[in-house]
Ligand binder design. Structure first.
Ligand code: KIV
Ligand code: NA
Length: 275
């Protein structure tokens, strides 16, 4: 099992970190078998699995439910679980209790929180309690309502400067890695140079220390909107849809089940039964 220091060393050695989201047993198992370095049980589960139109509706229990399943699928991979909307903005005591619940029930290696500013004490509190924290800067999906939608962040010199400072503060507060979502590639490069801990980019260009993508986006599983920064590494959605269409036709036309799918009663037993 990799650790937070493995990731710092990977960065030092210029070895890129491949992170992927997973939300259940099969997706986590695929990720682990493919050699993913770090699995994120993202609150994106709300959108790509549960059909919500934002991550705001995802609860602590949702995250724990999916985190447990992902853990079972990937027992040997560093697992990060998102703290969902509203679970780390109350008192630090309540925040710690929520993070402890996630850690103990999912057996995760870290939690992730969005933002800097008022979230810095959260990073500090959890880290000092022994819980590794991944920070998340740039586009913050849990704040999309306040940001005015899902837009590229840090495009002006002023915003970029704030983001660089925020990243440094997250590191100082103890963050073990920083996710950078939807920011200009030049900014991601600067942030990555400033930090000792790795940056994990999504829509942040090739210079981040690692990359993360949403499972359902990169294999095109589902009918949700797929952002511009995603590459289609596979298209399982079309395969699934074609398979199901064929199944329906074959049931209607009595092509399925075929002879080799059915069970047969022996002749002597049939005699006894029907005489
Ligand atoms: O929930 C999620 O999938 C995430 C990634 C986009 C980083 O937070
Ligand atoms: Na998330």
């Amino acid at each position: 099992m990799k650790t937070t220091s493995s990731f710092v060393n990977m960065k030092k050695n210029n070895e890129k970190i491949a992170m992927l989201t997973a939300y259940d047993y099969p997706s986590a198992r695929f990720a682990e078998n493919a050699g993913v370095d770090m699995i994120l049980v993202g609150d994106s589960v709300g959108m790509v699995v549960l059909g919500y139109d934002s991550t705001v509706l995802v609860t602590l229990d949702d995250m724990i439910h999916h985190g447990k399943a992902a853990r079972r699928g990937a027992p040997n991979t560093f697992l990060v679980v998102d703290m969902p909307f509203g679970t780390y903005h109350g008192s630090l005591e309540q925040t710690l209790a929520n993070a402890v619940k996630i850690m103990q029930q999912t057996n995760a290696q870290a939690v992730k929180v969005e933002g800097a500013d008022e979230v810095l004490p959260v990073i500090q509190k959890l880290t000092s309690a022994g819980i590794p924290v991944v920070a998340h800067l740039g586009l913050l999906p849990q704040s999309a309502g306040v940001l005015g939608g899902y837009k590229v962040q840090g495009k002006t010199a002023e915003a970029a400067e704030k983001l660089i400072t925020d990243a440094q503060k997250c590191e100082q507060a103890g963050a073990c890695a920083v996710v950078l979502e939807c920011i200009p590639h030049q900014l991601a490069e600067s942030v990555s140079k400033e930090l000792i801990v790795p940056t994990i980019g999504i829509g942040a260009g090739v210079k981040a220390d690692g990359q993360v993508l949403v499972f359902h986006d990169m294999v095109k599983y589902g009918t949700h909107h797929i952002p511009k920064f995603v590459h289609e590494f596979a298209n399982v959605g079309i395969t699934i849809e074609e398979g199901i269409t064929q199944y329906v036709q074959d049931v209607k036309n009595e092509i399925f089940p075929a002879e080799h799918h059915q069970f047969t009663m022996k002749e002597d037993q049939l005699q006894q039964l029907y005489g």
